[in-house]
Design a protein around this ligand. Sequence first.
Ligand SMILES: [Zn+2]
Length: 407
Amino acid sequence: MKCRHCETQLAHTFLDLGFAPPSNAYLTEADLCIPEKYYPLKIKVCEQCWLVQTEDYTQADELFQPDYAYFSSTSSSWLAHAARYAKEITELLGLDKTSLVIEVASNDGYLLKNFVAAGIPCLGIEPTESTAEAAQELGIPVMREFFGKALGQRLAASNQQANLIVGNNVYAHVPDINDFTKGLAAALRPGGTITLEFPHLLQLIKQAQFDTVYHEHFSYLSLFTVSRIFERAGLRVWHVEELPTHGGSLRIYGCHAEDLRKSTSTVSLLLDLEKKSGLQSLDTYLNFQPRAETIKNDLVEFLIQQKRAGKKVIAYGAAAKGNTLLNYAGVKPDLLPFVYDAAAAKQNKFMPGSHIPILAPEAIMTEMPEFVLILPWNIAEEVKQQLAPKLPTNTQFVTAVPHLTIT
Ligand SMILES: [Zn+2]
């Protein structure tokens, strides 16, 4: 397999999680009678551009179910994050009713509704029917398509170049990152700004966040690699911020290569930090697998101990990262009988692979668990605050990554 950015032959495996079903293929009761498809879940690293990427496998198209529905508005902390961003960027760029804001992967309108409220014209791009529909109901125009070079050029040709293009948690999920980036360049007005948020590879490595690996997540990105991809598409990163979201993300600010804005010192400082942290040395990547194994072993040991002690452990949050963790660890309902989740679309379904039933959070009270394993550790505090009043005072909360923690 060749690198998706620079086409160097990929020779090194960063992480091998065996085989797993697609992390968002939640199952109905009827699905449980049908064989489930498993795909290899292996991550490679490119020695030339240091792009960390999923290994190619056949039938990749099957992974993207048209009815897959994650509604961003489910998370109140994410909504607050989006509202804060909209306010800050509007002031920074001086956006007004003559501007155009395009969001790629606009989901259910969780972000663009803030621009609508401020009277700033916007356009969402979102191929998923159900979320696109929810956004349109909020008054947001949505194009139901995948974004890439061809769509970027069509937007330019129809006088719809943007002052601001936003991409939150989409950049790492696109299979052809070069084509997507060329699309950004084509759809950006001269003098315009691109902001992209994605989980930072540095945090994945530092905090052993191996459970953020799943098939639909094609790239694991550093500023170094993104700067190279931007450069090749005629763009430049001129500013970067570190964010706490998703266990540590970057928000990069991009512009056309010939833009007169000077790059801020944040860019060179972070590039230095990445280099000093070993993101451009092969050993860093080759030493990662044993850390994932330790986390897996500690979790399995904990679940078996509690089972033997007659204590009940249930899980909260049917997130993609939970599926990666549970399937890698081989956990089944005998050790973890239920997962509770606030998203109605997932309730009364089953986790892919592990087949653990997913229930509405209201049902958690009747279980009286001794332990609640929070699978989306990135929103652990929010979950604890919501659940604590509903549970017995002696209930303890558990997170597995970066190491088993019981509070
Ligand atoms: Zn490469």
